[in-house]
Design a protein around this ligand. Structure first.
Ligand code: PEP
Length: 263
């Protein structure tokens, strides 16, 4: 196994807007964020991106092209086209120059009964088209209390990672560990809990492809705030954050990105 600490993994901080926003609110949020980044004057800061509702991909492309903030989707279909009412395809994301999409968020696993097989197919469709699949995994509070959190999360990782590896696409993936009990609850995992799980995820990935495992970024998500970001970022296997609620405030999101780069 490669020494993962020796490999450079530039931190990535992604804002998940979920089903929030509107044209004028988005404009205020993005211009606030761009203003803060410009005022920062090129100092060290984590790469930032926003995962926006599909109707706002065009606005994101127009507003963010040529700037340092990336944009992507919150979900995607595994199907290329056809009779799939309400779905968004990878090529539609590409039309708006999205660089990535979240897949497997716990809100979709729970509310839309998405299985690891469905999530794997979505991840493969994205990676196959050159987009980054940002794959969410995590455990419920019941699973954590039963002592099976690591086993459950690593099984989720393994199923998706094997599907990617079968097409030689594993190296394109980013995983986000999002304990379900920490999402939107204000109760973040401790840095030690995050590190324990991230190390287990990296071990699982290294059993599939050691070289890819050392390079794949593992984000933490679940009530991340500026105040908690630096301690999370100090963990050797935490390579950034997936941020929900706090990404809707430009200054808070900016401060998280600064903290994630060690500023
Ligand atoms: C999320 O939904 O991906 C998330 C991490 O939300 P929050 O930061 O609000 O817990």
């Amino acid at each position: 196994m490669l020494n993962s600490a020796a490999v450079q993994r530039p931190p990535w901080v992604v804002g998940n807007w979920k089903m929030n926003g509107g044209l004028s609110d988005n404009e205020a949020l993005l211009s606030g964020l761009l203003g803060l980044l410009e005022a920062h004057g090129g100092g060290r800061i984590a790469q930032c991106a926003v995962a926006v509702p599909a109707p706002y991909l065009f606005q994101s492309m127009v507003r963010l092209s040529g700037h340092s903030i990336g944009w992507g989707g919150q979900d995607v279909s595994a199907e290329p086209a056809g009779a799939f009412t309400g779905e968004v395809s990878v090529s539609m994301l590409r039309d708006f120059e999205a660089q990535f999409s979240i897949v497997g968020h716990s809100e979709r696993r729970t509310r839309h009964a998405e299985t690891d097989a469905v999530i794997a197919a979505k991840a493969v469709a994205l990676a196959d088209s050159g987009l980054v699949p940002l794959i969410c995994v995590g455990e419920s509070i019941q699973v954590r209390d039963s002592g099976k959190a690591v086993e459950s999360v690593c099984q989720q990782v393994q199923r998706v990672a094997q599907a990617l590896q079968s097409k030689a696409l594993l190296g394109k993936a980013v995983f986000a560990y999002e304990p379900i009990w920490a999402i939107g609850t204000g109760r973040s995992a401790t840095p030690e809990q995050a590190q324990e799980m991230h190390a287990a995820i990296r071990r699982t990935l290294s059993e599939i492809d050691a070289k890819a495992a050392a390079q794949i970024r593992l984000l933490y998500g679940g009530s991340v705030k500026a105040a908690s970001a630096a301690a999370l970022a100090a963990q050797p296997d935490v390579d950034g954050a997936l941020v929900g609620g706090a990404s809707l405030e430009a200054k808070e999101f900016f401060d998280i990105a600064c903290a994630m780069s060690g500023q």
